[in-house]
Design a protein around this ligand. Sequence first.
Ligand SMILES: Nc1nc2c(ncn2[C@@H]2O[C@H](COP(=O)(O)OP(=O)(O)OP(=O)(O)O)[C@@H](O)[C@H]2O)c(=O)[nH]1
Ligand SMILES: [Mg+2]
Length: 259
Amino acid sequence: MVQQPSLLVNPTEPSEEDEKLRLIPQDDEDQGINLGSVDCMLAFTSIFIFVWRRGRVSRRGICLVGLCESGKTLIFSQLIYKKAVESFTSMKENVGVLDIASKGALKLIDVPGHERVRQRFFDNYKNTARGIVFVLDSFTLNKDVRDVAEYLYTVLSDPVVSSNRPQVLILCNKQDHALAKGPQVIQSILEKEMNVLRNTQTNQLEAVAEGGNKKSFYLGQEGKNFEFADIRSLRIEFAAASAQTADLENLKKWLQLVA
Ligand SMILES: Nc1nc2c(ncn2[C@@H]2O[C@H](COP(=O)(O)OP(=O)(O)OP(=O)(O)O)[C@@H](O)[C@H]2O)c(=O)[nH]1
Ligand SMILES: [Mg+2]
């Protein structure tokens, strides 16, 4: 027969076991720790959400990035000065303020596309980016596809971008050109090129640092071909535009939503 613990048999006369239990009031203490840790977690979560939301709300930058000659400065002048301004290869950024109806002001930054300076300027502004507009020339894409994909890969896999998660618009500019490719075709061309690039980059990284931090450079899903939709941390959209003919309606709609 199983003997009942004395604690239950006679609660008025404490047994040796009871004394031990009293000396170590486990239940109370556990409760205290649990409640305390729940409070701590709640406080921590509230602070985290507060800081995160503040960070998001305070980021009002829209970075225009892309290769040289893709049309960033023309887009910038159409949006800020409401007219086409003749432009030359930019070697420094242009910054202007865009007022978005009922949403407040956005800071538009035209980041020069020149290979030697673009990273430095992007580094200066990427932390303020609420949105990134990657501008490409829809007519010369076939010729420039490797460079476009490389730059796009660099921007999308940037650690600050991955952590701040700005919205991304891939703007297929120069649609006024008769032989320009449309956004859907461009998306599939870029996906193929990004796939090749990802394999090469992954192999290079693995060669350089075995067991290194390869994941931070890896975009999309492992084990399948690259697709923009698989970059879960970022919302990436494609749209058509022509800065030359001031057809920037898709960009304006996107800005309205992002602001
Ligand atoms: N046909 C056509 N030409 C355009 C369009 N957008 C820009 N361009 C022309 O493309 C050339 C380059 O435009 P920019 O705006 O200076 O290019 P960018 O991207 O600022 O180039 P960088 O400053 O070198 O990075 C200019 O001659 C523009 O007039 C467009 O939508 N259609
Ligand atoms: Mg420019």
